[in-house]
Every structure is written in C-alpha cells, then in structure tokens.
Design a protein around this ligand. Structure first.
Ligand SMILES: [Zn+2]
Ligand SMILES: [Zn+2]
Length: 270
C-alpha cells in the first residue's frame, strides 16, 4: 500500500483554489489506496477580521460522494484541520464532534484574538523568544484539546519568522511530544518546505527527539494548497523517518488508525 498525503487543502478551504478532483486524478494514477483533504477551520480568525473561516462541510461531503462514484478504485476520506486558539477552544471541540470526520488535524495558526496572525509574537525581540511563545500555545493546544488524531507542523511559525536551531527549544518540544505520546495521538511530519535545508534540519531534530521519548506514531503531509505540492518532500522526509527507526506511518479512517509501511520503492514520491 502506498503512503498517501495526510495534509492537503482544496478549494473547500478559504486559501486554496485547487479542484479536489485534480488531486484524486493524480492519486489514482499513482495507484494510491486512500485520499484525504484536511480543510481549514479557523474560528474568529485574525486573517478575516475575526470572522469564522470554516470549510463548507456539506459541499465537501457532496464532492467526496460524487467523486467516490466516479473513482471507485480509491477510498476517499473526509478530513479537517482545526486551528486552535484558547478563546475559541469550546467551539473547536464542538466542530470536531459535529461531523463524521475520518481524521482531525489539530494545529496552531494564531496566537490571540485581534491583530494579524502572530503580530505580537513577530514583534518580540527575536526568533527564539517568539518561537518559545508559539510552543507554549502548542502545548496548551495538545493538553486541552482531546478530539484530534494528529498534531500538525510544530515548526509552523518558523515558516514566517525565520529559522532557529530546535535544540534550543528541547524543553518545550519535549513537553509537547510527551503529551502527544501520553494521549496516544500522532505527530505530523509536515514536508511542505522540504527539501529546504532549514526544513530538513528541523524534521531531523523533531524525529530524533520524538523517537527518543518513545514516540512511534507519525503522519506525513505536504500541507499542499495546490496539486503541484501533492506528496511534496515525501522521499526526503521518509528517509529521515527511516534514520530514526520509523518504519510505518499512520493513516486514519473513521477516526481509527491504520499503518502503512514506508517503502521508498512503492509509489511515486517527490
Ligand atoms: Zn496548518
Ligand atoms: Zn494545512
């Protein structure tokens, strides 16, 4: 069975214009057994003047049903990426429970209500001060939110504020990873920026630390917003998984995990 992409956005998300079918055509060509999009939910978002950015789930389900009929050879799954913020925690929980999702990704995209996303963090003295504040939010997210399957892009904020050596943040990362392990959730390896050396360096350390703490469950996603990103960086990211003894990745169907052996020979990766 081929490893499939567990983090993708289609035009159902506010920030993508990609037709879901384009991804599916590629997946079918690649003989993938599963396909999922994980569409955005960011409540009272700072990107939208505190309006909700919520995927149209009815539209998503209808598209999936129609495409499933057209492509019976692949199993189409229903996913979501919920952006956590403390002030919208309760509503985030309600949304996670409101739909028959196959997989729920938990993510931190914003700090506090008001202003631009991360404006206050970006203004702080340096990358490490800002990233430490981001990691505290990640810890609060994985501690307080229970109804999720995998935690996305723990290095997300560094996409926007610049690179740092994650070894300087071992203490907070350890707390986050221990909480994920304790709750029996998965950690996402986000390959969006692979093969950039900074991204590779971060994934290497994330895997080193997570596995040293006993973490075994990982999901892999490109976080693609268009079809050109489908399975971006998978080959390099999976080589790093192999380096740390991870031989399989998690997928989720009806919120139940299953495992796919990593085989660099099987399927087409970029
Ligand atoms: Zn995200
Ligand atoms: Zn995403």
């Amino acid at each position: 069975m081929n490893v499939y992409d567990c983090h993708l956005h289609s035009a159902i998300s506010f920030d993508s214009s990609e037709d879901m079918e384009n991804y599916i055509k590629l997946s079918v060509k690649n003989r993938d057994r599963f396909f999922i999009t994980t569409e955005h939910v960011d409540l009272e978002s700072n990107l939208a003047r505190q309006k909700d950015l919520i995927a149209d789930f009815e539209k998503q389900k209808n598209q999936l049903a129609q495409l499933q009929e057209k492509y019976p050879e692949i199993d189409l799954l229903f996913g979501v990426e919920i952006g956590w913020r403390e002030d919208v925690h309760r509503r985030g929980c309600e949304i996670a429970a409101s739909q028959p999702f196959d997989m729920v990704i938990l993510a931190v995209h914003e700090n506090v209500k008001g202003g631009d996303a991360f404006s206050k963090l970006k203004e702080s003295a340096n990358v490490d001060v800002a990233y430490d504040a981001y990691l505290k939010l990640c810890y609060n997210a994985v501690s307080s939110f229970d109804n999720f399957d995998t935690f996305a892009h723990v290095d997300y904020m560094l996409r926007y504020i610049g690179h740092t050596d994650l070894r300087k943040h071992t203490e907070m990362l350890t707390k986050i990873f221990n909480k994920i392990i304790e709750k029996n959730k998965a950690l996402e390896i986000n390959a969006k920026l692979v093969p950039h050396p900074d991204a590779m360096d971060r994934i290497d350390y994330i895997l080193q630390l997570y596995t040293s703490l006993g973490g075994k469950k990982v999901t892999i996603g490109s976080d693609g917003h268009n079809v050109a990103y489908y399975k971006n960086g998978f080959r390099d990211a999976m080589k790093l998984m192999d380096k740390y003894g991870i031989k399989e990745v998690c997928g989720f169907k009806q919120r139940k995990e299953f495992y796919i052996p990593i085989s660099l020979a099987g399927g087409k990766f970029r």
